[in-house]
Design a protein around this ligand. Structure first.
Ligand SMILES: [Zn+2]
Length: 376
């Protein structure tokens, strides 16, 4: 008889246990699915869950609540359940606080995600710096107070800054601006580069025209440079370049006139703002990047000249060519022939390619530019 009563008691206990298990598991799902504080409050009556967990509601908290239920049934001691739950509740509250802070101050959160990267923190005159900005917001970049145009590649913005051959030395500030506010700042150190002083030699053509070094310089500036700088002053709005810039010849050539050289004759000085590459007449010259031909014709001093506008105030120049292969206004692809090496124009002493790069008004070392553009 005692045994029968014991069996009935055990059966009843088992039924009650199953009911309780089903209810609690259901409640767990219920908590996950519902964000209502009313529902949570009804669970509070059961005395299983610490009060704090009902005070907040979000997907983060609900997932903690669900795991809390699992913990409750894996634990035999109520006090341990409470400790675990309280610990989780604390973590949940922290998560909620941070997610609320983000939600309340979305702009600030966005600013924190901004990342400004620069290819080098020290540069020399004639160098090129590549800035990368990772943000979904519209940003602007100021380097030494000058606005640097940005191009968007793969959701990050790229700014290409030319340290002019005559750039001021010392520390220059970099400011990233979003929504009218400076979000990030950096300092770049600009160092002096030693420049060679060479003899300013007149060509036979210049001599025949009766030029002196001074009148030859005036002719270069007043005629050819006036045309070229007129183009640099009106950059197009389309970005054509899509990555690093390439060498303009099929193989590396000897440098027969270095960038930045000061060509001097008496009191007359003229700066060499490109690199002269030694190559035979007729050697094909290739576009360093995609661009649009903004000039493709003969100039009196620089001879047959092509100027490509790559966008964002980046220009490449190819001077003294024998033949021009493109026409003004033509869209030129990277690697496409723009002409052949020659010795045209009064300001040329032999067959070579004069290759120049202008970056937003700055004259930079074109060969360093090619290397430094690999960071684009
Ligand atoms: Zn040259």
């Amino acid at each position: 008889m005692v045994r029968l009563e014991w069996m009935i008691f055990r059966a009843l206990f088992f039924v009650v246990f199953l009911w309780f298990l089903g209810f609690a598991t259901g409640a767990g799902v219920f908590v996950v699915k519902n964000k209502s504080e009313g529902v949570l409050a009804s669970k509070k009556k059961e005395g299983v869950w610490p009060a704090e967990i009902y005070a907040v509601h979000s997907s983060a908290v609900n997932s903690f609540s669900a795991s809390g239920i699992v913990d409750a049934f894996n634990t035999s001691s109520v006090s341990v359940v409470d400790e675990t739950s309280l610990k989780k509740t604390g973590e949940a509250s922290k998560k909620i606080e941070s997610s609320r802070a983000e939600a309340l101050d979305g702009a600030k959160s966005e600013q924190e995600k901004v990342f400004l990267d620069v290819s080098a923190e020290k540069a020399e005159q004639g160098d090129t710096l590549i800035f990368k900005i990772a943000t979904s917001s519209k940003a602007s970049l100021l380097v030494n107070g000058k606005s640097v145009p940005l191009a968007v590649f793969n959701s990050s913005s790229v700014g290409i800054y030319g340290v002019d051959v005559r750039s001021v030395l010392g520390i220059i500030p970099v400011k990233l601006i979003i929504g009218g506010r400076v979000i990030q700042e950096k300092n770049i150190e600009i160092r002096k580069r030693d420049w060679m002083v060479t003899e300013f030699t007149l060509s036979e053509g210049q001599k025949q025209l009766g030029y002196t070094p001074e009148t030859a310089k005036q002719a270069i500036n007043n005629d050819d440079n006036a045309i070229l700088y007129g183009i640099f002053g009106k950059p197009g709005s389309v970005v054509y370049f899509d990555g690093p810039f390439a060498y303009p010849l099929s193989q590396e050539a000897e440098i027969v006139g270095a960038f930045g050289n000061i060509r001097k004759s008496g009191a007359t000085e003229i700066r060499h703002l490109g690199t002269d590459l030694d190559a035979a007449r007729g050697t094909p010259v290739y576009a360093t990047q995609n661009g649009i031909a903004r000039l493709a014709r003969g100039l009196s001093n620089f001879g047959n000249t092509v100027v490509l506008d790559h966008g964002n105030s980046i220009f490449s120049l190819y001077l003294h060519m024998d033949k021009i292969s493109v026409t003004d206004g033509k869209l030129v692809k990277k690697g496409e022939e723009v002409g052949t090496v020659g010795n045209t124009g009064e300001y040329s002493l032999g067959h070579h390619l004069h290759f120049s790069i202008k970056l937003n008004g700055a004259s930079v070392d074109p060969l360093r530019f090619l290397k430094q553009s690999k960071d684009i």
